[in-house]
Design a protein. Sequence first.
Length: 290
Amino acid sequence: MVNKKAKGLGRGIDAIFGDIDTEVRSDDTVQDLPITEIRANPYQPRQTFDDAALEDLARSIKETGVFQPIIVRKSVNGYELIAGERRTRASKLAGKTTIPAIVREFDEQAMMEVAVLENLQRENLTPIEEAQAYDMLIKKLNLTQAQVSQRLGKSRPYIANYLRLLSLPNQVKQLLSEGKLSMGQARTLLSLKDKRKILPMAKRTVDEGLTVRQLEKLIADINAGGKKPAKKPAHKQSPYLKASENQLVDHFGTKVSIAQTQKGKGHIEINFTDTEELNRILSLLDVNID
């Protein structure tokens, strides 16, 4: 094995979780480890890898080698990968038998945090993989949605909207993962009152190439029982109320209506389709029901 010193290669996931030691330091010892002795991280959220991108990386590695070492931990039999799965896979494709690595001590919790957070920050996960990553952080680390959003620098509605995708039927999740459905289309499908209709409507969306707006209209009609909702008297909404309404729609991830009478009184209406969505909205409002 060849030992060498790693060059400073910038900050890693510890920029988010300061207690996780993934930063490559100038005094780190890098070892050329046999690739056959390195096993994948069991908490890796990415299920699929871009073959073309891996081939490109493999060609680069053939020509110039691996510049940034992977990070592993010693196990009973060989090593377990902490960070650098794409580099490891590409090195195998390039025909490499060894790969530069830094050996660190990690417990199970740290392994999971690094695997999830490295991918969230550096990889283009599918919407379902991203949702599963947030779900894992919440369940395995006992974090709240608010804590996850704070640590990742994302809004709570953003996290909540991704988590909602996990309630989709498996076949619909697959369509979303394959890019046949967009995030907007998937979120719209969740507004169907009859959840049994989600899969047929998802297939129709793909087959007919429906836009989000077209899908919204179809689902509104289905939820209304095939009857067009009665038209309300035309009421001119002020730009301020309209802007406020749009912001609330983005925040809650569902339809929101704001109405105000000429006397100044008004009301805000937040739509939900089931108890699960109601609980999500209550969580965003910081309302706890005992």
